[in-house]
Every structure is written in C-alpha cells, then in structure tokens.
Design a protein around this ligand. Sequence first.
Ligand code: CA
Length: 226
Amino acid sequence: MGTKILIVEDEEKFARFVEMELNYEGYEVTKVFDGRSGLELAETGEFDLILLDIMLPGLSGMEVLRRLRRTTSTPVIMLTARDSVVDKVSGLDSGADDYITKPFAIEELLARIRNVLRKSNVQNNSKVLTVGDLRLDTGRHQVTFRGNQIDLTKREFDLLQFLLENKGLVLTREALLENVWGYDFEGETNAVDVYIRFLRCKIDEVFDVKIISTVRGVGYVIRDEQ
Ligand code: CA
C-alpha cells in the first residue's frame, strides 16, 4: 500500500507542482485548498503525512494543526512563506513534526518527508516489554532494570525480547533457536543455554533477581510472578 500524503495549500499552482513531484516519487497525494477541508480530511486518519501551509483562507494552518492534535498524531510538516522564528516556534509547539520555508528546493522537501516518515515508522513499531522491574524498549533498543541501563549484545537483546514477547509460555531451545537465531541450528541447542547464561550474568546476578526460569527438560520461560 502506498504512502498517502495530504497537501493543504491555497496556492493551487504550487500545490499542483508539489503533487506532481510527490507522485513522481511514488506517493499518493490528495490536495485541498483551504484550512477547513484540510482539517476534515486530516481528521479521517487516512494519511501518513500532512503538508500544511500556514497562511490559509478560512482556518489558518496553525489552527488546523492545533485542532488536529486533539485527535491524531499524524506527522505534519508546516509550509511557511516567511522565514519567521515565531512561526517555527509556535508550529513546533503546536505539535508540527517539522517545517519548511518557501521557496524551497523540492529535494529538501523530499528529504524532510522521508525523515519524518522514518521517525513515525519507528514510533509505530516500537514497544515496551516488561517483567517485574525489567523494561525492554524495542524503539530505543534499550533494556533497563529499575532505571539502570543494561548493555546487551544484539543476540542477547533479541533473545530477551523473544522471551518477553512470549511471557508465560515455556519455550523450547529449538523454538528459541528458530526464532532468535533464525535458522536450523541442529545439534547446537546448547547455544541457547550459553546465551541464557549471558543474560543471567548481566541481569539476574547484578540485580539479584530471577528473571528467566528454567523448565527442566523443556526450555525457558519468563513469568510475571516468580
Ligand atoms: Ca498560503
């Protein structure tokens, strides 16, 4: 499914030019020429990103943004004709993700669009998994215990994440290998034991807790209540 961009811009010729360029880059574009229609469409939540002019008839871009932020967090890039610090500051205060001053090079707009979309994708895909006082943040790629940061290698992190995603389920060594290592590691299931030991060294022993339980003859589990 394509990335949908809404352009709210009353200078129709300029809006058409931007639309053409964005189409060329593969974005699906909808454009409207006044603030009120812009707000209505933006509120549907159908769009991945909104390009919002500040100087608009009816409802100003700033007002559209202010109202929009009550209901959605769709990324917004403000377009302003004036290189005004006030616009920039109040735009960002009102919840704009970025702004760009007209006239601008289309390449700069495209770069900002990519940047804002990338950040919003990371936010959408990030989650925080917890057990007791342990927190794993997939977006920040960070593990903490009562606020203390724990440095894990990528494999240790992935293993811990998989165990947390399946909290309460006993996972066999084979299941862990298949999902964390990603290939059939036949006969090498002791790699799992080695990495479980690494995790226990860095977490259980340091903080005197028991995060990962061994289920003899089966595998490992992380449970909420120990
Ligand atoms: Ca305008």
